[in-house]
Design a protein around this ligand. Structure first.
Ligand code: NAD
Ligand code: ZN
Length: 284
């Protein structure tokens, strides 16, 4: 497409995007095959500048650049393990020592030292700029809080604490003695992560607040999630149906990409966030 035509198409779309809610469009206002990465970064910065309430939904992919492997995708844990064998509550109840040995010990070693990366810092910067209110995260690594976001809904709980299965006392994970597996509370009960295993309910307050936040937002940034774990993956759908724009940041397409997202910015979360923030700084 010629540069002038591209210019008019972008202007036309920007104006339309501001007049009509994104859910109005039967299809996207532009053809993704015709736009390049720079255009999408600019579009995202413009959309953020124009939006009132902005929410982010994040998944394991935002933390890969901090050295924490995701479940799915390249280098994911599922390349080595069967999820139902080690991350399902039934598997844990059947053999807590096995799940501690294979999964939890490794996660503890990685998460004890993991630091926020540019993508976490970018979301914290967006909050500082007054452009992001709430982060709904499926992650259990605490890196959004470490980066500085103040309103973080931990949809799947947290790995920062272990909970006694008998008396519910909590222990800071980094301080838990793992010389004996499974580690135990002083009451003799087995410790488990204060996070949600497959097969368990989402904490009610996290579920309620996430739905509310998704309903109320004008724009949702969906960063580093494969969008296959439910009900977390429904939050962008709720946002979209409530009239919000949905922008995905991920190196891969997801089930949201064709059905729900306004557009996908294909790339690593740190790099993309850095570029969006730089652009946003120039236009606002
Ligand atoms: P997932 O493992 O199913 O998918 C990861 C997604 O991130 C993929 O779509 C992949 O393409 C994308 N990705 C990989 N590298 C990326 C990068 N640099 N930038 C942006 N995206 C990138 O993750 P999920 O959808 O969050 O579901 C897995 C579940 O497992 C979550 O519910 C979470 O509770 C748990 N989990 C958490 C952690 C963590 O706390 N860091 C790590 C692994 C799994
Ligand atoms: Zn106890």
């Amino acid at each position: 497409m010629k540069p002038l035509a591209t210019y008019f198409k972008k202007k036309y779309n920007t104006v339309l995007n501001r007049i009509l809610p994104s859910s109005y469009y039967p299809t996207r206002p532009f053809n993704l095959n015709e736009v390049n990465m720079d255009d999408l970064i600019t579009q995202a910065a413009e959309d953020l500048a124009a939006a009132g309430k902005v929410t982010a939904l994040t998944g394991a992919g935002i933390s890969t650049e901090s050295g924490i492997p995701p479940f799915r995708g390249k280098g994911g844990l599922w390349e080595r393990f069967d999820p139902m064998e080690i991350a399902h509550i039934d598997a844990f109840l059947r053999d807590p020592a096995k799940v501690w040995t294979i999964l939890i010990k490794e996660m503890k070693a990685i998460m004890d030292t993991a630091k926020p990366n540019d993508a976490h810092k970018g979301l914290a910067r967006l909050e500082e700029m007054g452009k992001l209110e709430t982060v709904i995260t499926q992650n259990i690594d605490g890196l959004h809080q470490a980066a500085g976001n103040t309103d973080v809904i931990e949809f799947h709980g947290t790995f920062a604490w272990q909970r006694c299965m008998d008396c519910s006392r909590k222990f800071e994970t980094s301080k838990v003695d793992i010389s004996e597996i499974p580690p135990r509370c002083s009451c003799g009960g087995i410790l488990r992560p204060d996070a949600v295993f497959f097969g368990e309910m989402i904490p009610q307050d996290a579920m309620w607040r996430s739905r509310q936040t998704a309903t109320d937002c004008d724009l949702m940034l969906v960063v580093g999630t494969s969008a296959v774990v439910h009900p977390a993956a429904l939050m962008p759908v709720i946002a979209k149906e409530s009239g919000a724009k949905v922008i995905e940041i991920n190196p891969e397409k997801t089930p949201l990409t064709d059905e729900t997202s306004d557009y996908l910015i294909k790339g690593g979360a740190g790099d993309v966030m850095n570029q969006i923030i730089e652009k946003l700084g120039q236009i606002s």
